[in-house]
Design a protein around this ligand. Structure first.
Ligand code: SF4
Length: 446
């Protein structure tokens, strides 16, 4: 029998007070974005919060007094307070008056704020096949890209997952709120927006696709409208966690037109209908191969990333072979694979016919070997082409960059030579000279 786990695992709740100028507001947005992406709940009242972050201002005396009052109030009403922002630069002013604050950090010191929050309230449990953030762990993204979380929770009931119990049903942010945040991030130097949620294709269904004004135009709270509007910002827009529902077809022309990146992260988890049913996956009955073919006809450069779970309870050799056959035919560009591991409270734990972990591991190796061949073949198709990349890091004449086909941390890289003078966060056209199973190699075009 399924046991709800919301009493067992509490989601940490953060209160936030934001004072000061537009720059301080961007800092607040950046911290709030990171908190949301890591799975914290951002709440409106001191009572509900487990901790309060106060982003302060110290521009003039009055602003400083207002900030000190805000810290005082947060300490009185809640007791656990992290101070950041411009007044943080005058740490002794805060510390002398409020020795009990948990941490004091300066403006744009997002990393230190997150460290202080983590020290007090560790983020909710992570799972490799559910997390919105890469497996490499929770870290603040570099300043040139940012995750944009568009909703919380999920209306599905995948049997291996406890997110709906942990975070509740889908709650979308209205489109004007998401677009406002995106616009501020772009003004602050973000060049790539990574749209994340537990189910991006379902965005807005809970709000009945309510329309809102943004930039003098009306937009529906719905995934294609969101993609279209984000396309106005002139930066890379990458969509994660999209399921192959029919209405997702509307995204493909936007990709073909170059409004958003021709990249879809579509966690399919399996291909055997029997296992998909046991997993209770959303869109498990959709004709994925046919859909992929149609999408590629409209947008030939489309890159599809997916993740799969092998060794799910009851998975037979035949089910696994169906998955391998699917991968052969689908020729996905990027694939992640996890062996099934039970999550406390997940219904799949009660399913019969657990798969021996050694068998699951061996299946994973076979899957990854097959995909390595497909990936190498696909990447070889880039050799000789000129592609636009976003530079992530520069070291002398070498640089690490990514093309539209590479989401940060989970996909491949483009390794550059002759890159002196380039800067992180810069777009540059490069000529691809060679490739391997995961990465491309090239140098800046003349
Ligand atoms: S779609 Fe399934 S796996 Fe993803 S959050 Fe919802 S219930 Fe969990």
């Amino acid at each position: 029998m399924f046991t709800p786990v919301d009493q067992q695992i509490a989601v940490p709740r953060i209160g936030f007070v934001s004072l000061g100028c537009p720059k301080a507001l961007v800092d607040s947005e950046r911290i709030l974005t990171q908190l949301r992406v890591e799975g914290y709940d951002v709440v409106g009242g001191y009572d509900e919060a487990d901790l309060v972050v106060v982003n302060t201002c110290a521009f003039i005396e009055a602003a400083q007094e207002e900030s000190l009052d805000a810290i005082d109030e947060a300490l009185t009403e809640n007791g656990k307070v992290v101070v950041t922002g411009c007044l943080g630069n005058r740490g002794s002013v805060v510390r002398d008056r409020f020795p009990d604050v948990l941490a004091i950090t300066g403006p744009q010191d997002y990393e230190a704020v997150m460290e202080a929050v983590h020290a007090q309230l560790p983020p909710p449990p992570r799972s490799p096949f559910l997390d919105l953030l890469p497996d490499s762990g929770v870290k603040l993204t570099p300043r040139h890209y940012a995750y944009l979380k568009i909703s919380e929770g999920c209306n599905h009931k995948c049997t291996f997952c406890i997110i709906p119990d942990l975070r509740g049903r889908l709650r979308s942010r209205r489109i004007d709120s998401v677009l406002g945040e995106a616009q501020r991030l772009v003004r602050d130097g973000v060049r790539e927006l990574l749209v994340v949620s537990q189910d991006t294709s379902a965005y807005g269904v809970d709000l009945r696709y309510e329309a809102a004004q943004w930039n003098g135009q009306e937009w529906r709270t719905e995934v294609a409208a969101l993609a279209d509007a984000l396309g106005e910002l002139g930066v890379w827009v990458r969509l994660h966690y999209v399921y192959p529902y029919p209405h997702v077809d509307a995204l493909i022309p936007l990709m073909a037109e170059g409004r958003i990146l021709p990249y879809l992260d579509m966690p399919l988890q399996h291909a055997s209908p029997r296992i998909l049913k046991a997993m209770r996956r959303p869109a498990g009955g959709e004709q994925v191969l046919e859909r992929l073919q149609r999408w590629r006809e409209i947008c030939p450069e489309l890159v599809v990333r997916s993740t799969f779970i092998v060794g799910f309870p009851g998975e037979t050799e035949d089910d696994f072979q169906q998955l391998l056959d699917f991968l052969e035919q689908a020729r996905l560009d990027r694939v992640g694979c996890f062996t099934y591991s039970p999550v406390d409270g997940a219904r799949a734990n009660a399913l019969p016919d657990a798969v021996d972990p050694e068998v699951a591991e061996e299946r994973k190796q076979r899957l990854m070997a097959l995909q390595a061949r497909i990936s190498a073949e696909k990447l070889a198709g880039f050799v000789g082409q000129t592609v636009q990349v976003l530079v992530d890091a520069v070291d002398g004449d070498a640089a690490i960059a990514r093309s539209y086909a590479d989401a940060p941390d989970v996909d491949g890289l483009v390794h550059l030579h002759g890159a002196e003078g380039l800067l992180p966060g810069e777009f540059v056209d490069v000529v691809i000279k060679s490739s391997d199973e995961h990465d491309l190699y090239g140098s800046p075009a003349d």
